[in-house]
Design a protein around this ligand. Structure first.
Ligand code: ISE
Length: 300
């Protein structure tokens, strides 16, 4: 890591010193630096699109944390800018794409072990963490991962989204921290996703795909059960950094290797746009009922 920029001077100093990376006060000068070959964007969501566009303009590959942009329209501008550059430059940080447990599910589907996938069931449970999320953040910051997984594992776009929401502890927050999302996919498959931002236990993400000739369910990721004094205990991870620690490393390593090999893997700018468009439609659906997801033409 040759350079780092952070708006927090103390954190910038600490990371710069820990990794021997040149500290930058401003992102544009980091992106333009001659000894910077590629960029990871892990800044606040509303800065993602502009920084990704700067990377594309500089011709530098970029791994951009989700969401790709603050709005689908901004994400579409990134998609078009990459298409105009006529080379794959953008990967979006849907790290479950690199999680071994999710890849095992994807592999079973690709080997035809369940026949034609017809139904995706997802669950995504977080422990309550301050600052507590708004209804919109539950969808855009959390459910966006599950929407990506449904698109990825069913190999189809989301045609229509419906959402029901409820507060979990109204005394703590009136926001809809529990959201049940129903999808109809462009290939006719269906999906139901439960997103819960105040799980009473720990952090858990699960997927199950039902096919025409079988069902595949993600293996549990918890530590092994311990039996003791007539009780069985299993430790759940406290949060996503622990649960997906391996996936984050595999994501970054795969991104670097794709650049070294000139290959292109992982979630694309289009994935970032299409998944965000579905999430935005989901926010609307909470109050307005089922929404069609209109993506427009995908650039060649
Ligand atoms: C967070 O931003 C993430 O990306 C995590 O993967 C997700 O589990 C969490 O709910 C989000 O807030």
């Amino acid at each position: 890591m040759t350079a780092v920029m952070d708006a927090d001077p103390a954190r910038l100093e600490a990371v710069s010193r820990a990794f021997g990376a040149d500290p930058y006060q401003e992102a544009g000068s980091l992106i333009g630096a001659t000894d910077v070959d590629a960029v990871i964007i892990a800044s606040p969501d509303e800065t993602h699109a502009a920084l990704a566009l700067e990377c594309i303009a500089a011709g530098k590959p970029v791994l951009c944390e989700k969401p790709l942009a603050a709005t689908p329209a901004e994400a579409r501008v990134v998609v078009e800018a990459e298409a105009a550059a006529d080379r794959r430059l953008v990967q979006v940080g849907f790290m479950r794409h690199f999680d071994p447990q999710h890849l095992a599910v994807k592999g079973a589907i690709e080997r035809g072990e369940i026949g034609r996938p017809v139904y995706f069931r997802g669950w995504h449970r977080n422990r309550a963490l301050a600052p507590f999320p708004t209804t919109r953040e539950v969808m855009i910051s959390s459910a966006i991962h599950d929407l990506y997984s449904a698109r990825w594992l069913l190999d189809a776009e989301i045609a229509e989204i419906s959402v029901m929401g409820a507060p979990i502890d109204p005394d703590r927050s009136a926001e809809l921290e529990l959201q049940i999302i129903s999808l109809q996919m462009t290939n006719g498959a269906l999906a139901v996703i439960e997103v819960n931002r105040d799980s009473s236990s720990g952090y858990e993400v699960g997927v199950e795909v039902v096919g025409s000739d079988g069902t595949v369910t993600i293996a549990p990721h918890h530590t092994p059960p311990v039996r003791r004094r007539s009780a069985i205990a299993q430790r759940e991870e406290p949060g996503w950094l622990e649960r997906f620690a391996e996936a984050y490393v595999l994501e970054a390593r795969g991104w670097v290797e794709s650049m070294q090999e000139g290959s292109s893997g992982g979630p694309t700018a289009w994935d970032g746009y299409a998944t965000l468009a579905a999430a935005e439609a989901g926010v609307t659906a909470i109050a307005a009922g089922p929404q069609r997801v209109e993506l427009g033409e995908r650039p060649r």
